[in-house]
Write a protein that binds this ligand. Structure first.
Ligand code: BT5
Length: 326
């Protein structure tokens, strides 16, 4: 981690310099040898940074790679953000990596990020396709609460993701219960929340977020493409993936105390305003059965209240919902 920190400092010096900076100056400013400066620069180049070097004139920053590297996320994170960031070009699932880290004691705000996932996971054993250009990450939360309150995280994370996707892309978003984010009725973002608890006390929560950002729906399988969209397809523009990830992650961590305090009603209100299904006819698949009716509201826990066609009012804690004509 010390190596990473120094490397980020060198990057900051190079970036803020108007022209070239000599190895001597960097070594004096950061208190490392000139040989060490060269090692850091070599490492940055291996990561994809373009840094020109001329023996007599020093180093010049040319371009950063479009990757979700810690050094590219840091400038968008608040200084008080408590996090360690783990980045990989490719991993199985960031949720699995985060789980391993959490079990080994990783603290609140630890971020796990990957450019692609080979085994991205959805809910209930489903898969999540994660080609390059997306934003695939997991964050470790450690709220000091009992298990029943954890469902609030589902409402909270959906609101945060929807709001930040809109802020970054300028596109309007809706939330499909429980926490899919849609654009024009198509899924642009999915959220997978996993929990470990001892007795009734939460030990950690992993919030895994996948956003189809700077990719085309044609990079997804034909089956998934029917119900999915991407920010690039919907807006025609590439967004700043680094800023989007950093803003969502920092809000999830820094606003966490609000979720378990009085401000929670505010997130519920925003969830309702953004809802894709409230007041509409829906089909719900839950517990191996299919129900139809009208979506009425969500409870404080995030559970969905539906007026079924049979006349009965029923509360769903989990399930898959889709709109139904008529
Ligand atoms: C979700 O599950 O929507 C949760 C997805 C969470 C993904 C993130 S990425 C970072 C972190 N690491 C992980 O391993 N996972 C998390 P669910 O509601 O069950 O939706 C899954 C379904 O969405 C699949 O069965 C497909 O039909 C569809 N799908 C798969 N990939 C998609 C994509 N890239 N965009 C839109 N829909 C997709």
């Amino acid at each position: 981690m010390r190596f990473e920190k120094k490397k980020e400092e060198i990057l900051a010096v190079l970036r803020s310099a108007a022209g070239r900076v000599s190895g001597e100056e960097i070594s004096a400013r950061l208190g490392v040898s000139r040989a060490a400066v060269w090692k850091y620069i070599k490492n940055l180049r291996d990561e994809g940074y373009r840094i020109e070097a001329a023996t007599s004139q020093g180093y010049k920053f040319v371009r950063a790679p479009d990757l979700l590297l810690p050094s590219e996320l840091r400038p968008f994170l608040p200084v008080n953000f408590p996090s360690k960031i783990y980045w990989d070009r490719s991993t199985g699932s960031t949720n699995d990596e985060a789980k391993k880290l959490a079990q080994a004691g990783a603290s609140l705000g630890t971020l796990v990020v990957a450019e692609t996932q080979s085994g991205g996971r959805g809910r209930r054993g489903r898969g999540w396709e994660s080609p390059p250009g997306g934003v695939w990450f997991s964050v470790i939360l450690r709220p000091d609460v009992d298990v029943p309150l954890v469902s609030r995280i589902s409402v909270f994370s959906a609101v945060v993701a929807a709001e930040e996707i809109t802020a970054e892309s300028g596109l309007s978003t809706t939330i499909k219960w429980p926490n899919d984010i849609l654009i024009d009725g198509k899924k642009v973002c999915g959220i997978l929340i996993e929990l470990a608890a001892e007795l009734e006390q939460v030990s950690y929560i992993i919030v895994g977020i996948g956003i189809n950002a700077n990719l085309r729906a044609t990079q997804l399988s034909p089956d998934v493409r029917r119900t999915a969209t991407t920010l690039l397809d919907a807006s025609g523009k590439k967004i700043n993936r680094q800023r989007l990830l950093a803003k969502i992650a920092s809000r999830l961590v820094l606003e966490l105390p609000d979720v378990f305090g009085d401000n929670y009603t505010d997130y519920l209100k925003r969830w309702r305003e953004l809802s894709f299904i409230l007041g509409r006819r829906v089909k719900i698949e839950a517990g191996g059965r299919v129900f139809t009716g009208k979506a009425l509201d969500i409870q404080e826990s995030g559970a969905l209240i539906v007026a079924l066609d049979s006349g009965e009012e029923r509360v769903f804690e989990s399930g898959d919902v889709s709109l139904r004509a008529g």
